[in-house]
Design a protein around this ligand. Structure first.
Ligand SMILES: NC(=O)c1ccc[n+]([C@@H]2O[C@H](COP(=O)([O-])OP(=O)(O)OC[C@H]3O[C@@H](n4cnc5c(N)ncnc54)[C@H](OP(=O)(O)O)[C@@H]3O)[C@@H](O)[C@H]2O)c1
Length: 216
């Protein structure tokens, strides 16, 4: 498959690009608002892990991709989807986004009015483009630390069974990730809301940085 990571120059994009390129045969396309930035990041990632990685401006990255991951800050999801809408072809859009607010005591879940970032992405997506929530509970630091092994779950939410199956397969191609069906897209808020908890636990407990979840 061809997997585009819009905003793949950032933290979670880097982690996903490195793991996908290292562990799978999928083509990884790093997207950016600036082509030169995408190309530079792709070259760095390729130096680190090899694999099939290239860099493109976001809309060019999305064109021809089977899966398009919205690895951009949650409050820029709508403009990013709109910027690539004409290039989405038959792609599945994936939302890893989590809206959070920082307060004195730590991070708090702060969803958009749509209920979750995944539902915001679905609202912005062109008709017929399925949106799947996934990867919200992974820590970029854990993915990018290539010496680190882990057993993390990826909860997959969505209303299109084929799109969910595609993203489930993609997640499970990465060593140490298990995908679990979290039900419909309207369940995405429950998944996203776990992320500030993970960050607060990591901040307040020794030796727990870059936590993930494993359901047992
Ligand atoms: N970091 C994590 O550990 C983590 C874990 C789970 C989920 N997430 C979610 O993943 C998403 C990305 O997080 P991140 O930490 O990787 O973010 P980030 O590093 O702050 O940003 C990612 C990329 O977004 C692009 N970007 C920045 N401002 C933008 C704008 N106004 N419009 C469009 N694109 C813009 C930038 O790429 P260009 O400048 O190259 O365009 C940037 O490199 C967020 O929704 C976050 O909630 C993050």
């Amino acid at each position: 498959m061809r997997v585009a990571l819009l905003g793949g120059t950032g933290d979670i994009g880097e982690g996903l690009a490195l793991r996908l390129a290292r562990d799978t045969d999928h083509e990884v396309v790093v997207g950016s608002r600036e082509e030169a930035k995408a190309e530079a990041a792709a070259a760095d990632y390729h130096d680190a892990v090899g694999g099939r990685i290239e860099g493109r401006q976001n809309a060019d990255a999305a064109a021809g991709a089977d899966v398009v991951v919205l690895a951009v800050p949650p409050y820029h999801v709508r403009e990013t989807v709109e910027a690539v809408a004409d290039s989405l072809d038959d792609a599945v859009l994936v939302s890893p986004g989590v809206g959070m607010a920082r307060e004195a005591g730590g991070f708090r879940y702060d969803p958009p009015p749509n209920g979750s970032v995944a539902e915001l992405a679905a609202d912005a997506a062109p008709d017929g483009v399925p949106v799947v929530g996934a990867f919200q509970n992974l820590a970029a630091g854990a993915l990018s630390d290539l010496d680190r092994t882990f057993e993390f779950d990826v909860v997959v939410t969505g209303d299109d069974a084929d799109a969910k199956a595609t993203v489930t397969g993609l997640a499970e191609d990465v060593e140490g990730l298990r995908a679990l069906d979290g039900g419909g897209l309207s369940n995405s808020a429950e998944v996203e809301a776990m992320t500030p908890l993970l960050i607060n636990l990591a901040a307040n407990n020794e030796g727990m940085h870059d936590l993930g979840v494993r359901f047992r």
